[in-house]
Ligand binder design. Structure first.
Ligand code: CIR
Length: 258
């Protein structure tokens, strides 16, 4: 059975200064953000996930988006080298956290850049978004790290949103979901399902039929219900103002040895 261990990182004091690239900046309410983060962590726990907090990186406004610090394949962590300079210091404590969980750790080296949010795994297929944060050398190093472990790495273009997983994620059956205006090339995926809202493109499989998703996508939630899934909505509006989504607030470690 897959392990249900997740890394999370609480929002720091400079959260409101987080990067915005593809949307207009809107003020972030730090107190509300903390409550929303606690609700997100609770939703993971309510569905059987153990959560480990990565030590704070309080000088890094975007540290709460801990998914970007690494990519997991089985029990191997590939430490990211974030494409944004301000996010580079985030990986040090993330490394300590995965090492403490017994993972093998590898790392992207200069001049490679890669953000965890650019990597979507579906079984042994690993899609990587070549876009604003992940460069060709990062893609090459991802291949070199994971193909020997049985991964098939497929690079896809990302130009309309921040990360690949800002555009698409996957249902538990492997169907890739995305909001078409934001997806560069839906034909890159063998099965693609259009969802009616941008925030509806982001799901985290909690186990069984449960899908963690933004409360901001009720029509997409209805679509998933109609397909036999059980949406678990969480309000993450303050993180969405910083181009965050449900995937990027945790690293899921499904391949740990018991
Ligand atoms: N994986 C993700 O989608 N991460 C969101 C990161 C948002 C953050 N404001 C950034 O621009 O890096």
């Amino acid at each position: 059975m897959p392990s249900k261990q997740a890394l999370v990182r609480r929002p720091g004091p400079r959260l409101a200064e987080g990067l915005v690239t593809h949307i207009a900046r809107r003020p972030v309410d730090p107190a509300l953000a903390l409550r929303q983060w606690e609700g997100y962590v609770q939703a993971l726990r309510d569905h059987g996930w153990r959560t480990t907090e990565v030590a704070p990186a309080d000088d890094c406004p975007d540290a709460v988006f801990v998914e970007d610090t690494m990519v997991m394949f089985r029990n191997v962590a590939l430490l990211a080298r974030p494409g944004a300079d301000s996010r580079r210091p985030e990986t040090a404590a993330a490394r300590e956290a995965v090492e403490a969980l017994g993972c093998s750790v590898n790392a992207i080296r200069p001049p490679g850049t890669l953000d965890g949010g650019d990597v979507l795994k579906i079984g042994d297929t690993v899609y990587v978004g070549r876009g604003g944060r992940t460069n060709a050398e990062g893609v090459r190093q991802l291949r070199a790290a994971f193909e020997p472990l049985g991964a098939r790495v497929i690079a896809v273009p990302v130009s309309r949103v921040l990360h690949l997983k800002s555009a698409v994620t996957a249902l538990p059956d492997g169907t890739v979901i995305g909001h078409p205006p934001l997806v560069d090339d839906p034909a890159a995926f063998p099965r693609f399902l259009a969802v009616p809202e941008e925030a509806g493109a982001h799901v985290v499989h909690l186990g069984g039929d449960a899908l963690l998703m933004s409360a901001g996508a009720p029509d997409s939630a209805a679509l998933f219900t109609d397909l036999g899934y059980r949406p678990v909505p969480v309000d993450i509006s303050e993180f969405e103002k910083l181009e965050g989504c449900v995937t990027c607030l945790s690293v899921r470690l499904r391949g740990l040895y018991a």
